[in-house]
Design a protein around this ligand. Sequence first.
Ligand SMILES: NC(=O)c1ccc[n+]([C@@H]2O[C@H](COP(=O)([O-])OP(=O)(O)OC[C@H]3O[C@@H](n4cnc5c(N)ncnc54)[C@H](OP(=O)(O)O)[C@@H]3O)[C@@H](O)[C@H]2O)c1
Length: 269
Amino acid sequence: MEYFKLNNTFRIPKVGMGTNTFGKENNQYDGALNMDIEPYKLAYKNGYRLFDTAKGYRNEKVLHAFIKQEKINRSELIIQTKISSKNVDINDEYKVKEMIEESINYFLGYVDVYFIHHPSTDEENLILWKYLIEYYKTGHIKALGVSNFSVEQINYLIENTGFKPQINQIVSNNSNWNHSLIFDLQKMDILPQAWSPLHVDEAYISMIEPIASKYKKTWAQVLLKAQISRYVSVIPKSHNNLRQQENIDIFDFQLTHEEINTILNIIDK
Ligand SMILES: NC(=O)c1ccc[n+]([C@@H]2O[C@H](COP(=O)([O-])OP(=O)(O)OC[C@H]3O[C@@H](n4cnc5c(N)ncnc54)[C@H](OP(=O)(O)O)[C@@H]3O)[C@@H](O)[C@H]2O)c1
């Protein structure tokens, strides 16, 4: 595995595992929790060490069960979770802190990256950000993240606290590559992390297939490789053994600059 170093020197794997349907009936986002730890076991066996969860996914406790039942050495894992004003009344300090501490306890004393999942008003974002900073200062959170934030929303947090996020988790796939936001984040030394990196259409897959076959890789592998090659981390999700293996097996080839641009629909100026 290769790593990206964040602006506070903390390191995270370039490829992590999305888990928004893990531990749920029929692998459905809205499915009832069934506490099935098999997808985590599979991902761990296949080499994944970064797991991305959220309060909104309701499955922090399943990741906890996996760690405990499998007696995983916590220091091997990088765990990301998220909270937003959709999950809790953020003016209720006791409740918000209870929820943050629930994550800290589930993940055995600390969370590697804690995100604000969705932006709200600037004032509400700031309230939540200040809570997260408190736990960052005590070492219970190793890196701070935002998700789906604009540069303006991030700047408001920085101007009012002096704390810059380490990561902004945003959509990046062929429905919205988010190139200009990614470019701006990189100028600010904030790592862009792509969610739903494999949500693409058939026409797009056909377009990048020739590049994939040149390297004897799949379309998903060259797409993920293109993202990490431009310093965007990825959290593809799969419940399938072979596809999990495929998505992490992207470190033995290099794409050319032109191929990266083709895959990501980047037009060089
Ligand atoms: N911050 C946010 O607002 C936000 C929003 C959405 C998602 N997320 C995070 O991002 C993670 C990833 O996003 P996602 O789960 O929406 O989508 P994704 O990872 O882009 O795609 C998942 C889908 O692609 C399939 N797949 C996986 N590997 C494949 C491969 N090599 N070839 C072909 N198909 C493949 C999976 O099916 P199989 O399982 O059958 O392989 C699944 O249907 C989420 O799990 C979540 O952790 C965050």
